[in-house]
Design a protein around this ligand. Sequence first.
Ligand code: PLP
Length: 398
Amino acid sequence: MIPTRPCWAEIRTGWLENNFRFLAALAAPHAEAMAVIKGDAYGHSLALCAPAAVRAGAGWLGVTSVEEGMAARAACALLSPPRILIMGGVFPGQAEAVVQHRLTAAVWEPWQLHELEAAAQAAGLAPGSLPVHLEIDTGMSRQGAGPTALEPLLARFTPASPLRLEAIMTHLFAADEADQRVTREQLAQLDCALGRISAAGHFAEWLSVGNSAALLAGQAGVVADLAARHGMRALMRPGLALYGVVPEFDPPFAEEPATLAAARAGLKPVLSWKTQVVGVRTVSPGAAVGYNGTFVATEPMRLALIAAGYADGLQRRLGNRFSVLVRGRRARLVGRVSMDQSVIDVTGISGVEPGDEAVLLGTQGTETISAYDQARAAGTIPWEIFTGIAPRVRRVAV
Ligand SMILES: *Cc1c(COP(=O)(O)O)cnc(C)c1O
C-alpha cells in the first residue's frame, strides 16, 4: 500500500476508556452512563470508539441511526453485547433491521411504533420483548411526544403487543446554562408526564435524561431522585465529555460545582488532528498569499505549506484568524484556506522543514489547541469541529 496524504486524526482509545470510567463514576451511584457515540463517535470513529467504550464497561451506546447501530453491533461483536439506542429514531422501512440487530429505538411518532410492532410480529417476537424508549418533548420542540400525543402513544403498549415501554427519555436543551433554570422547568414537565404515564397504568424501568453538561453540572442526583420517585432507574447520556472535552457554561458558574472541577482534572481529549509541512518558501514584502491575496507580506517572510484544507474539515473561515502548531510553536494561517492546502507563517520559527508535523487540534510540546479554541475562531462549537473532520482524514488508534 502506498503511503497516504498526511492528514490524519489520532484517537487515544485508552483515554476514551478512562473518560468513560470517570463519567460512569460521576453518575454513580445515582445513575448509569450511556456512551453517546452518534455522528461516527463525534467524528472520532465509531469503529474505534464503540469497542473502547464497551471495554470500559459501557452497557449502553447511543447512536444516530439504524445504520450506525448496525455498525456498532458489528464493531462490538467480540465483546459483551451492549444495548444500542437509536437516538435519532427509525425511518420508514428500518424496523426489520432494528429487530434483527437487537437495536433499541427512540420513538415518539405513532408510525414508528406501528412499524416496529409489525416487524416484531413478523419475526415472531413474544409480547413485551421489543424494548423501545419513548421520548417526551419537555420544551425543545425537536423530537419527542408533546403533551397531547402522550396518551394515544401509551395506548399502543397493550399486553399482547411485542413492544415494551422500557424507558422514558427527554433531552435537556440548556443544561450548559449555569443557573439550570430551564433544566428545572424541563424536569418539572417530565415529572408531570411520568405521573400521567403511571396514571395510564404504564411503567418504564429507566428514566433517560441528561447530556455532558447536566452530568458535569452535578445533576445526576437530581435526575436520580426524580427517577426514584417514580420507581425508575436513571440513565444519563454524556457525549462531548466522553471525548475529553468539558462543555463551557454560558453564563459561567460563579462558583464551579465540584463535579465540574473534577471533570477538568479527570477528562483528557481523545482526538489529535495532524498534518505535515509539505514545503517552505521565503517571500518578499508585497507577496500575495492564497486566493484573492487576502494576506500580503509586509516583510520578508518564511511560509510553510501544510496538507490540510477545507475539504479535510479545516474551515475556510479560519484563514487569517487561527494558528496551528509547528515545532511546538503557534504558526498563523495566512491567506485563505484552500480546499486541500493551507499556508502558515513560520517566519519566527527556526528550522521548519518538509515532513514536520503540524497540529491542527491537540498538543505539541507545551502548546495545546483545544476543540474550543478552534471552534471559537470558526464561530462554532466543538461538536461541529469534530464532526466536520472529513471522512478522508484517516482515524488512527494510538
Ligand atoms: C447528542 C446527545 C446527547 C449528548 O450530548 P453532549 O452534549 O454531547 O453530552 C445526549 N442525548 C441526546 C438525545 C443527544 O442527541
